[in-house]
Design a protein around this ligand. Structure first.
Ligand SMILES: [Zn+2]
Length: 294
């Protein structure tokens, strides 16, 4: 009689067969993982090659003419900036999806204008809008729903906006204001630059006027300059004094950053006269000196 705990010959054969099968599973899983890694590596390499090809490509004559006409700040740019900028515009156009809202038709002029303005901020930097996949465009100002917290109560309210930048999300623009902002390149107001300044700020993980700085750029000097200038603006606005910097910048540090970026590109001499330390910090950050473009 067989004891329940004893192994019969048949059972032993089955167990040995099972044991023999185990080692065969290891190479299969290993090969599968290797194959997945290879495919991932090939896709990454392909993506990098496409990116490099785009970054080294130039615009055609038609595209260049559209940008020169619709984004006149390009007429002032030094020649050495134009080559890298055109590559970045091509990269932007090939990696960002444009969606028209409220029946707005997204034309080539629209995509070129937005890409040209957005890429100006990264013209001389390695930084890229890596979290951005979509730009939504409305024909004009649009309704936006915002949440406001008051203690434990959260209220939603509708506001009219001309632009919005979502952390790790889309940029939303009014085409009417995008077009006007580009055409008036000396007034210090540019909604595309404003929203894309938020996108750059957000790359650190927080939209808080503390974007990622280069290694040789002192975070302490940046914080000191921005804190002092922001405090001055808040106090000027509270006192009802006229300011070179848009009073909207006094609403929050991140808005201060976005409005001084607009001034830096469109009224650099005024920003340098009013807040020379902010001009200096932005000049280091963007590796650009727009005062010399005029
Ligand atoms: Zn803003």
């Amino acid at each position: 009689m067989q004891n329940g705990s004893c192994l019969g010959l048949d059972d032993l054969s089955v167990s040995l067969l099972k044991l023999r099968k185990v080692p065969h599973k290891m190479p299969f899983i290993f090969i599968l993982m290797l194959a997945v890694l290879c495919v991932y590596g090939i896709l990454r390499l392909r993506k990098r090659r496409i990116r490099q090809t785009l970054l080294h490509s130039r615009l055609d004559d038609y595209e260049r003419a559209v940008i020169w006409q619709t984004v006149p700040i390009y007429q002032r740019l030094p020649d050495e900036l134009l080559t890298p900028l055109e590559g970045k515009i091509n990269l932007f156009l090939n990696t960002v999806e444009f969606i028209g809202c409220d029946g707005f038709e997204v034309t080539e002029e629209v995509t070129l204008s937005v890409a040209a303005q957005a890429c100006l901020l990264v013209a001389n930097k390695d930084m890229w809008y890596q979290n951005l996949q979509t730009v939504l465009i409305y024909p004009g100002a649009f309704q936006s729903r915002t949440k406001e917290r008051s203690g434990y109560i959260i209220r939603e309210r509708e506001t009219v906006r001309i632009g919005e930048s979502w952390a790790r999300g889309p940029v939303i623009l009014s085409w009417q204001h995008t077009e006007q902002g580009a055409a008036k390149s000396h007034d210090g107001h540019n909604v595309v630059m404003h929203e894309f300044a938020h996108q750059l700020d957000d790359l650190s993980g927080y939209t808080d006027c503390a974007p990622i700085l280069q290694r040789d750029h002192s975070q302490g000097e940046w914080n000191q300059a921005f804190y002092a200038a922001y405090t001055r603006l808040v106090s000027d606005v509270d006192a009802g004094r006229r300011t070179v910097i848009d009073p909207y910048g006094a609403t929050a540090p991140e808005e201060f950053f976005a409005v001084v970026v607009e001034l830096f590109f469109e009224r650099p001499a005024d920003l340098n006269k009013d807040e020379p330390q902010i001009y200096e910090q932005l000049s280091k950050f963007f590796k650009l000196d727009p005062i010399n473009w005029d």
